[in-house]
Design a protein around this ligand. Structure first.
Ligand SMILES: [Zn+2]
Length: 479
């Protein structure tokens, strides 16, 4: 976060990136060894040489499932029959003796695919790093992330000119986000229509989303870079479009390209000692409370009795002592709302850990926003409770975040010299998404935090669609 002075409002320009690549390399993230050796995934022969790989049993099933998914559903969006990958799917590792299909100047050299996975259009095959990227990612985020990476690459195969003649006229981020959307559609389909007996737990999906966040573009990268994949927020957003809506919204990207929520560091911010983050101090909390107050006060309908809450940082680890009566609600770990005094109480230790571990200041911004969202729900006499209430809080947090994105041409409160506002830095939305994914319910007071996936989905509805998005979330959770 940083402070934005009055801004030049630039309209977000649409630039078409020419189709220049025949191979789409995707940096996503063992020692060993071959998992799959196949000329064609339908006849996958599995040579498991190292049983220690955390995805040995899972990945072949996943590949088969992805293949069948496309066989069954390609026709739904493109109206003709699917043709399978002529060159198959291949594990790459040092000293592999497998003869790889030709294309894309790839001759089976491991270093060519190290720390990566890619689809080669010329040879219609997928190769992935089975020695480093996949084992490391599977260990860190769980095995599903490896299948999600392959499903993403498979998405590029679906985009191949042999199967789709539209896609290469689109922006590179659209191409990447559509591949993420396709991957989400596959995971969503597994949850409802399993072919191979696969099923994924909430933790599997959360891990896969955190893994995807890891392989977004670096904060500040341009979404118009020919190699751009989108920020973590954009990627998770596209994945959720597919997971929730199936293949139709992914195909829709071709006529209505998603606008990546990606922006660079401002020159002003770059001149600061640590661009991107406020220091963790009282000023940060004061600024957050001030901006949230500006935003919600301006957003509130005139017939709502609205008293902005006070934001208090507490190091006592007992929020109740700060309340003048006993009515204290725990919103999420580290955030309490005190009714009588209308106070949002942030636990300093929880906030500091989030700031350090996420890392980033906007993870703390998300916490503060949840507290203010609770005040909004009280002022508007929301009847929601538990998990449903938290989802709307998350959406309201997103509404505020969307208002302070530097790309926003029409913020609810326009910053002035006299009244500057917080502005998001590149990477801030990713920090909020990470925070939303990892919120803990380990607190002794039992609270129903529900699904991390749904929290992130609600947050992005607020960011991308504002009031309309949150009205939709509210209607959904009331049902
Ligand atoms: Zn890609």
């Amino acid at each position: 976060m940083f402070f934005s002075a009055p801004r030049n409002r630039k309209k977000f320009a649409v630039i078409f990136v020419p189709a220049i690549f025949s191979m789409v390399a995707c940096s996503a993230p063992i020692n060993s060894v071959s998992l799959i050796s196949s000329e064609n995934p339908t006849t996958t022969s599995i040579a498991v040489e190292n049983l220690d790989l955390p995805y040995n049993e899972f990945l072949p099933l996943a590949i088969e499932d992805i293949q069948k998914f496309w066989e069954n559903h390609y026709n739904d969006i493109y109206g003709n029959n699917y043709s399978d990958l002529a060159g198959g799917v291949h594990a790459a590792y040092p000293n592999s003796t497998e003869v790889m299909p030709s294309g894309c100047d790839y001759a089976g050299d491991y270093t060519y695919v190290e720390d990566n996975a890619f689809y080669c259009d010329e040879g219609d095959f997928i190769v992935y790093d089975d020695a480093k990227l996949f084992p490391e990612f599977a260990n860190q985020f769980g095995p599903l992330v490896t299948a999600v990476i392959l499903a993403h690459e498979w998405g590029h195969a679906i985009q191949s000119p042999a199967r789709n003649d539209v896609i290469y006229s689109l922006r590179s981020t659209t191409i990447e986000l559509q591949a993420d959307c396709f991957a989400g559609a596959w995971v969503g389909h597994v949850q409802s229509d399993t072919i191979n007996g696969l099923s994924f737990s909430e933790a599997d999906i959360t891990g896969a989303l955190l893994g995807m966040m890891q392989i977004g573009d670096s904060p500040g990268d341009s979404s118009y870079d020919p190699s751009a994949h989108g920020s973590g927020f954009d990627r998770v957003s596209a994945f959720q479009d597919g997971f929730v809506g199936g293949l139709a919204p992914c195909a829709g990207y071709e006529t209505n390209e998603p606008e990546p929520v990606q922006f660079g560091f401002s020159p002003d911010e770059m001149s600061r000692p640590s661009p991107g983050d406020f220091p963790f101090d009282q000023d940060m909390f004061t600024s957050l409370g001030h901006d949230l107050t500006l935003f919600w006060t301006a957003s509130m309908a005139t017939d709502v009795s609205w008293i902005p809450p006070t934001l208090v940082v507490d190091s006592s680890s007992d929020a109740s002592v700060l309340c003048s009566d006993s009515q204290v609600d725990l919103i999420v770990e580290g955030v309490h709302f005190c009714h009588a005094d209308s106070t949002v109480i942030i636990d300093e230790t929880v906030a500091r850990n989030l700031y350090t571990d996420t890392p980033g200041d906007f993870a703390v911004g998300y916490l503060a926003a949840l507290g203010f969202a609770e005040a909004v729900q009280r002022a508007t006499q929301s009847s929601l409770s538990g998990y449903s209430r938290l989802l709307l809080d998350s959406c309201y947090a997103g509404m505020w975040a969307g208002d302070i994105i530097p790309l926003n041409a029409n913020p609810v409160v326009v910053p002035t010299e006299a009244e500057p506002r917080i502005a998001l830095s590149p990477g801030d939305l990713d920090e909020a998404v990470r925070a939303a994914l990892t919120l803990s319910d380990s607190q002794t007071t039992a609270i129903d935090l529900g699904s991390p996936f749904a929290r992130v989905d609600a947050f992005r509805q607020g960011v991308l669609r504002g009031t309309v998005g949150c009205a939709t979330v509210a209607a959904q959770v009331q049902n």
